[in-house]
Design a binder for this molecule. Structure first.
Ligand code: NAP
Length: 314
């Protein structure tokens, strides 16, 4: 019976997720992009959309799918999905929270250690034979330093937990203080930045956080301060960041996410005080498999008439 269900995949997905989907449903893989005429013919029969964290599911696409019943996102961030447009039609949206907390928090600490201790730079120093000419310049101590977390949700708290093992002093900002957390709250990112050595950004993307880490926040972070962004490229004003790095307004940055992935401004790529990774926050086999299972299990639950495992609220 469920073999007859037709679904639209709107992003490149892991082979193990595609295999599971194809075993259960008739899958139209990015047909709306590759063959709009063929898509128009099947659109009335599409009952689910599967996206990833970077994919766009705009109002216009939702409007083209009169039989759409749910949108399942492979990723915790769903800023590419027009959730209000879906909810207006009582179409639930699901994501994959919790299962990736550890990986993203591990990467945040890895990036923080990398930029402070200049680990990638030190690796290049050895490979390039520079060591033979003399010692590498001294780096920044991490243990005992002050960490500011912008967004203290599931992943932010996992980052804080790890930072405590480094004897870091943890403070945070969010739209409101979170009860029960033993960390100092700041009302905004600027005030937090002024009080810390490392600012780690881990809020959702989307309109509400666009450009939140702007020139003023970077100024407040100061010439000894480091920025780590594992949230979304949109949360940081990228041109302002490039300017701040060039002018020494901040000491350095470690970035996993960018405004126009996979394009990274050449200026950033050329800077010595920057560490760059290609959006690998959840990029381990174990976690991606857990995310795939949750993405798939939400679809199974829906088409079995059971409660969704991880619907998003708004
Ligand atoms: P979460 O549990 O929903 O936590 C989000 C946090 O951000 C909360 O503390 C929330 O607090 C705060 N926040 C939300 N809107 C804000 C605003 N406008 N201003 C200030 N703070 C705001 O989400 P999560 O599971 O930790 O995931 C966070 C984000 O990480 C995802 O949405 C995704 O974009 C990103 N992510 C990146 C990767 C990667 O590969 N690099 C992987 C996974 C996730 P309040 O609601 O109180 O403001």
């Amino acid at each position: 019976m469920s073999e007859a269900v037709e679904i639209l995949v709107v992003a490149p997905l892991m082979p193990f997720l595609m295999d599971a989907l194809r075993g259960q449903y008739t899958v139209h893989d990015r047909l709306h992009v590759s063959d709009p005429a063929a898509f128009a013919a099947v659109a009335p029969r599409i009952r689910a959309v599967v996206a990833n964290g970077e994919a766009k599911v705009p109002r216009e696409l939702i409007a083209q799918l009169p039989a759409l019943e749910m949108i399942s996102v492979f990723g915790v961030g769903y800023d590419g999905v027009d959730v209000p447009a879906a909810h207006e039609r009582n179409i639930p949206v699901t994501n994959t929270p919790e299962v990736l907390n550890d990986d993203v928090a591990d990467l945040a600490l890895g990036l923080l250690l990398s930029i402070a201790r200049r680990i990638p730079q030190a690796d290049r120093f050895v490979r390039d034979g520079e060591w033979l000419k003399g010692p590498i310049p001294l780096a920044r101590k991490v243990a005992g330093s002050r960490l500011g977390i912008v967004g203290i949700g599931r992943i932010g708290q996992a980052i804080a937990h790890r930072a405590l093992a480094f004897n870091m002093e943890v403070a945070y900002t969010a739209r409101s203080p979170r009860a029960g957390l033993p960390y100092t709250y700041h009302a905004d990112a600027k005030s937090l930045a002024a009080a810390v050595d490392f600012l780690v950004v881990i809020t959702p993307g989307g309109a509400a956080t666009r450009g939140m880490i702007n020139a003023e926040v970077l100024q407040a972070l100061g010439p000894q301060g480091y920025l780590v962004n594992v949230a979304r490229g949109t949360v940081v004003d990228q041109p302002a960041l490039v300017e701040a790095l060039k002018a020494g307004v901040i000491a350095g940055a470690a970035l996993d996410v960018f405004i126009d992935e996979p394009n990274v401004p050449p200026e950033l790529r050329a800077m010595p005080n920057v560490v760059l990774t290609p959006h690998i926050g959840s990029g381990t086999r174990q976690t991606r498999e857990a995310m795939a299972k949750l993405t798939f299990d939400n679809l199974l639950a829906h088409f079995a008439g059971q409660p969704l495992l991880t619907p998003v609220d708004a």
